[in-house]
Design a protein around this ligand. Sequence first.
Ligand SMILES: Cc1cc2nc3c(=O)[nH]c(=O)nc-3n(C[C@H](O)[C@H](O)[C@H](O)COP(=O)(O)OP(=O)(O)OC[C@H]3O[C@@H](n4cnc5c(N)ncnc54)[C@H](O)[C@@H]3O)c2cc1C
Length: 419
Amino acid sequence: MTVNDENTIRNEVRAWLADNWEPECGLIEWRNKLADSGWGVPHWPTQWFGRGLPVKFNSIIDDEFEKVGAVGVAKIGIRMLAAATLLDCANYEQKSRFLRRMLTGEDTWCQLFSEPGSGSDLAGATTRADANGEDWIVNGQKVWTTSAHHAEWGLLLARTDWDVPKHQGLSFFILDMNQPGVEVQPLKQMNGHASFNQVFFSDAKVPAENLVSEIGNGWKVAMTTLAHERRGADALRRWGKVSDRDGRIYAEERAEVATVMEPYKWYPQRAGRVDLILSRALETGRINDPSVRQEMAKLLMLSRSAEFTAQRARAAQEQGRPQGPEGSLGKLASSHVARQAAKVHTAISGADAMLAGEDSPLEGVIAEILLSVPATSIAGGTDEIQRNIISERVLGMAKEPRMDGGPFRDVPKNPTRER
Ligand SMILES: Cc1cc2nc3c(=O)[nH]c(=O)nc-3n(C[C@H](O)[C@H](O)[C@H](O)COP(=O)(O)OP(=O)(O)OC[C@H]3O[C@@H](n4cnc5c(N)ncnc54)[C@H](O)[C@@H]3O)c2cc1C
């Protein structure tokens, strides 16, 4: 990036904000303006609400938004994975129908991938979609579905062919969550939140035009979603940030965070809250304990090197390289950081780390960190799965022996799984 390019972009966005930013504007109205101007997602194509700019300019644009307190497009949650997936894999009509409302925040999405018998083994999904005239009829069960309880749309991975090897028999659909054949049941987590759900399908319908890509190409589309999810893992600590300023738009944004974003409010804790370590160590005096200092130094080094990995992944993206195994490296690094952070928080707070409520350390935030950190090693593919990907695709090591190469119908399954 030359200084000239940087200055031109900075001046352009600054001038646009000076002419358009208005804190008394309604949230949806403002986000529609952002979509029309391309400044909400400047790295998206100009045809689809962006300006076709390299990702490297995003930080300059974010910086200018922050200076005037301007609100951005709706970026948090599964909708951004949905957006990235549709941008890469959907047809013109699907993009026209769905992308704008993702940016304005009018539609919430969920990711219907994991099932009771297939999480790591995602390609073993047995939720089925059968063609019936113009529609697909969906039957089966998903689980751990974040935000399903208030989602308008779901990204569904379902089996459409049982007679080919398992990866080839899956298709990818956009499913309307508000229909009689979809039943959503929330699940309570050990940290007290209920972000997940189990979702049951009984003859749920998907119209033909909601098939993404081609029949049997679902695995490839799902991998696009997961690559974006893994790459985004390093951004967890920034989620849920809202402004306390006066103005209609800020009030509407706060209301959005309190409802639609509710499932994500523990996500910064899930990432380990490295940002709190130094102040907590100073506050409690544990900074003077050499063994605690040692662990703190280890954490800060891990955290910094994870940032470098994330920067390398961003640099690859800026150079237009396809999503690769950097996502797995970054995701694994974020698990190491989160676990080490939980260890250090425990060393700093001692037994008080287990307390919740008003008079506990940081009003229960430390306890929430300890209970939420394990999720980082599971969501979006477990640590073991990331290690398998790194060993096979980065290091070129021998692949795990496979026993499931033939037609999926003949692959041994759980007795409860349909054949
Ligand atoms: C916070 C959070 C949010 C989530 N949100 C969603 C969502 O919105 N939508 C969705 O579809 N899913 C979601 N999930 C589910 C998540 O994708 C799965 O939990 C994950 O893929 C692991 O699958 P599983 O739970 O079935 O565990 P399993 O696959 O049963 O794994 C159990 C253990 O076996 C290990 N293991 C499995 N296979 C191998 C192997 N080949 N080699 C070595 N070890 C192996 C695993 O690493 C793990 O330790 C979410 C999970 C979390 C924690």
